[in-house]
Design a protein around this ligand. Sequence first.
Ligand code: AHM
Ligand code: MG
Length: 334
Amino acid sequence: THEQTLDRDCRTLSRHVLQQLQSFDAAAQDLSALMNRIALAGKLIARRLSRAGLMEGVLGFTGAVNVQGEDVKKMDLYANEVFISVFKQSGLVCRLASEEMATPYYIPENCPIGRYTLLYDPLDGSSNVDINLNVGSIFAIRQQEGNDLDGNAADLLQNGHKQIAAGYILYGPSTMLVYSIGKGTHVFVLDPSLGEFILAIENLQMPASGSIYSVNEGNFWAWDESIRNYVRHVHRQPGYSARYSGALVGDIHRILMQGGVFLYPGTQKNPEGKLRLLYESAPIAFLVEQAGGKASNGTQPLLDIVPNHLHMRTPLIIGSQQNVELVESFIQQA
Ligand code: AHM
Ligand code: MG
């Protein structure tokens, strides 16, 4: 009926946040407004991506190298600036820290009213941009506890349980936003005709085990023997399927929906692996745990890890509980 369709179309993100908190107090209003701004960032990035192959200055590299030593793409830079722009004059976020910035960015007019920090990876999996495959944005919100304006963000060096909200936006055939404020994991789909993210799945629960394993097997030669043994074990079992897109958000989304495990282990040369704790692994771990899954670095729950610097990397094993425990058992046997 019309009424049902209308009801569904009105299940917007900002309303959902308020409903979850069952409150209209200042903290609830803040969180709702924060999510609304993040949604706006997602819409801006999705719009640019949708016409990327037609516009000048969208694809390819800028020529610069970021703090991680990676070549910066034009879309990385654009996406990074989008998140800064949407929080200007919001009174919400005082500080933003991202993969693309060596030190945090402060929005002085929001400090100290804006007691929140946004941690984000503006465009995750950006090697997929030039070939028109899925990419994502990852975000987490934390309470700001430090007053420093000197770029020294010592208060951010805390474990993942300190995240107030976390999620990702997946730019795929449709644009999706998956988020949690610690009350379950919820999936929204962007309806382009409305320009709104509409609730699609509430309280997503992922399978306790699944057949997908997602890992870059080109690194086999560089792995520790324990990871090689796990992958050898998988190769000898019927029933597993390999899926790896080169963009964490897409690979995790599949595993959230269908079950399985994603691994980015360390190598003998880089024992911490590739993915960064504060704005890649920890937000995703928060979402996966809220959906009944598990995340670890092989020996420790991922959300318990306290970073020693802003851009710290950590091995990541994440997904369905049983699959993650199996990988851990190989690591812990070693
Ligand atoms: P990025 O944020 O610079 O794009 O790097 C992170 C990405 C993840 O999305 C993905 O899982 C991983 O790097 C892929 O790395 P690799 O090509 O080494 O398998
Ligand atoms: Mg990334």
